[in-house]
Write a protein that binds this ligand. Structure first.
Ligand code: NAD
Length: 333
């Protein structure tokens, strides 16, 4: 993992990572573990991850709990936090279609409660994990740019991701809370355990390892802007430090499109699998192409995604192979 240029700013700081056991959170913990932070608190209810996914770090406190638990939040925030990385969410679109109330509670009320505590206890910086796959809706011109606004959103998850941003704006404008909104695009990499509600890459790898058909919902010509998790973490760490990022929404992506059919073929080739099956498009999935503009991230954060897609894919396959037994014990399809 490359070292973030602002990493030393986190030295001797107290940091809360909500959702820190998840894909992005566990990689953020690994990156921060390179220097002496005073304390990393991971708050996670393990609803879509596992305890073993959090790297073993000496100055880390793991709290298994819900971001909706106000008493618990008060206790954690009263320690005096420098940084809050708010990553916890009900993941993701399909889960939210099946559980819209839970999605609203976690993504809406949960985010509001985190911001309220951050304001009350004067946290130095809050970084909110937004989603570029959500907030631009399904008709936006490519490349997707931060100033584009849409209310043509397709799922409750997309709606609450935007709602979270709106609350961030309110706290930033009304209370001058230093909040940064980062819009991630199709993150993949080590740390994402395959499962019923997870992303296409870990699930395709898992199914290919089991010599199953890879199901493509659509024609396969659909594209996504797949972004390697270490590049996302690099952007998050910069976002937490750079003063010009406060109050802004900034895309973090690779800026490149990959077709789903090419993804499926590559995974099958790497894992000596053959079959692909085409299924009907999911009713809520109306985004045929996705590619982000990363000009703003480059300009404000000095962001520069480095990991080539097929290198990242190989690392992801290796991680799933290495953790296969634990993954099999954990898997929820
Ligand atoms: N992975 C992506 O492609 C992607 C893209 C855009 C935005 N994001 C956002 O980035 C953040 C992190 O994504 P990820 O891929 O690491 O997801 P993830 O599901 O791996 O991590 C989220 C973590 O939050 C935890 N969690 C869920 N509800 C909770 C609650 N009520 N209280 C405490 N913990 C709870 C889960 O157990 C999980 O460990 C999320 O907010 C997600 O919406 C992710």
């Amino acid at each position: 993992m490359k070292e973030n240029k602002f990493l030393k700013e986190y030295k001797n700081k107290k940091i809360l990572i909500t959702g820190g056991a998840g894909c992005i959170g566990s990689n953020l913990v690994s990156a921060l573990a390179r220097l002496e932070v005073k304390k990393i608190i991971v708050l996670d209810d393990l609803s879509s991850s596992a305890r073993w996914n959090i790297p073993e770090v000496s100055n880390l406190t793991f709290v298994q709990g819900d971001i909706l638990n106000e008493m618990l939040l008060k206790e954690l925030f009263s320690e005096g936090l420098d940084y809050v990385f708010h990553l916890a969410a009900l993941f993701a679109n399909r889960n939210s279609v099946e559980h819209p109330q839970k999605d609203l509670m976690v993504g809406g009320l949960g985010t509001l409660r985190i911001l309220q505590q951050a304001h009350q206890f004067e946290v130095k910086k809050v970084v909110y994990a937004s989603s570029g796959c959500s907030v631009y809706g399904n008709h936006a011109p490519l490349p997707l740019k931060e100033d584009y606004k849409s209310i043509n959103l397709d799922t409750p998850y997309q709606i609450t991701k935007l709602l979270g941003e709106l609350y961030c704006n309110f706290f930033c404008n009304h209370y001058s809370l230093p909040v940064v909104r980062l819009r991630f695009f199709n993150v993949y990499g080590p740390g994402e355990i395959p499962g019923k509600y997870r992303n296409v890459i870990p699930n395709f790898i898992y199914w290919a390892m089991h010599k199953q058909q890879l199901p493509i919902t659509g024609t396969g010509e659909e594209t996504r802007d797949f972004t390697y998790v270490e590049d996302i973490v690099d952007g998050i760490l910069s976002g937490g430090v750079v003063p010009q990022a406060v109050g802004e929404a900034i895309n973090l992506a690779s800026g490149k499109e990959t077709k789903i059919i090419d993804l499926a073929k590559s995974i099958n080739k790497a894992l000596d699998n053959k079959e692909i099956i085409f299924l009907e498009k999911r009713k809520w999935d109306n985004s045929t192409r996705r590619r982000a503009s990363i000009d703003k991230a480059r300009k404000i954060l000095g962001y520069n995604p480095e990991v080539e897609f097929f290198d990242g894919l190989e690392k992801t396959i290796n991680w799933i192979k290495k953790n296969f037994t634990k993954i099999e014990e954990n898997i929820k399809f």
